[in-house]
Design a protein around this ligand. Structure first.
Ligand code: ADP
Length: 267
């Protein structure tokens, strides 16, 4: 399922004294099956944009197309809910949303509420426990007795329990140490391949974008300023490799692109 954005604009608090423009004229395509990174400064519109990709927000202007479904300012709730079945979002610190008595119940909660049978939901939950590298005996444990890394994996399993074809990751490594970051990014890379997911990574880490993505969208001041393959965005093969390997970057790169990206934040 391709996603396309055509002249998308968004205003928070539209027609109120607090009206604030967050997006304008966004043009982008996210090809089906791609691993797309959306990179940009804090405040450049990344989070607002991703909420348009699963129907949490409707554009004030323009059209967002997810497969055959077009979302615009007048789209009704029913169509938005339809999109949410196909598009899963892993928000920052997803483990904060765990609440059930056991890991198994937590992973099954969403599908059961969507009318999936107990048998099917349970089978998928055990499959995900395995897929995410969790020990099988976590199923009967309280999610709150697990380590931080395991809790995050359980929360990710809860999103995958819906069998989404598109998975959106909003700064998924926030708050993790370098080892935890690498583990979770490798896990998403594995899931991207194994589950045939279209993966959309929202990040301010250009190193992660260079390492994992095959398509990049650069956001700046509420609009898409560059889109393309990693080599197009990062300059050339050598430049891309420098990023992947953590080598010093060239002046050209800093001048052309780093000014668009906020690297001052802790990663
Ligand atoms: P990013 O995810 O790149 O940090 P956001 O999408 O969060 O960017 O923000 C884009 C712009 O919209 C910013 O100027 C931000 O202050 C503004 N904004 C974000 N959320 C709200 C909100 N709920 N109400 C008003 N303005 C908002």
């Amino acid at each position: 399922m391709d996603i396309s954005l055509q002249q998308v604009g968004y205003l928070y608090g539209k027609d109120t004294p607090f009206e604030k423009r967050a997006l304008h004229g966004v043009e982008a395509t996210i090809p089906s099956g791609s691993y797309t990174a959306i990179i940009g400064h804090t405040g450049s519109g990344k989070s607002t944009l991703l909420m348009h990709l699963n129907g949490l927000l409707k554009p004030s202007e323009g059209i967002v197309k997810v497969g055959d479904v077009a979302i615009h300012a007048k789209t009704k709730g029913k169509e938005l809910r339809e999109i949410r079945r196909h598009v899963g979002i892993v928000f920052q610190f997803p483990e904060h949303q765990l609440f059930e008595e056991t890991v198994l119940k937590d992973i099954m909660f969403g599908p059961l509420n969507f009318g999936v049978s107990e048998e099917v939901a349970e089978k998928r939950a055990y499959e995900l426990i395995k897929l995410l590298g969790l020990p099988e005996d976590v199923a009967s444990k309280s999610p709150f007795d697990l380590s931080g890394g395991q809790m995050r994996r359980v929360a990710i399993a809860g999103v995958l329990a819906f069998n989404p074809s598109i998975l959106i990751l909003d700064e998924p490594t926030a708050g993790l140490d370098p080892r935890g970051r690498k583990e979770i990014m490798e896990l998403f890379h594995y899931l991207h391949k194994k589950e045939n997911l279209t993966t959309i990574l929202v990040t301010h880490s250009m190193d992660d974008a260079a390492r994992y993505a095959d398509h990049v969208i650069v956001m700046h001041d509420g609009t898409s300023v560059m889109t393309g393959s990693p080599t197009e965005i990062f300059g050339n093969e050598e430049q891309l490799l420098a990023y992947r390997l953590g080598l010093p970057k060239t002046v050209k790169f800093q001048r052309d692109i780093e000014k668009l990206i906020d690297r001052s934040l802790p990663e």
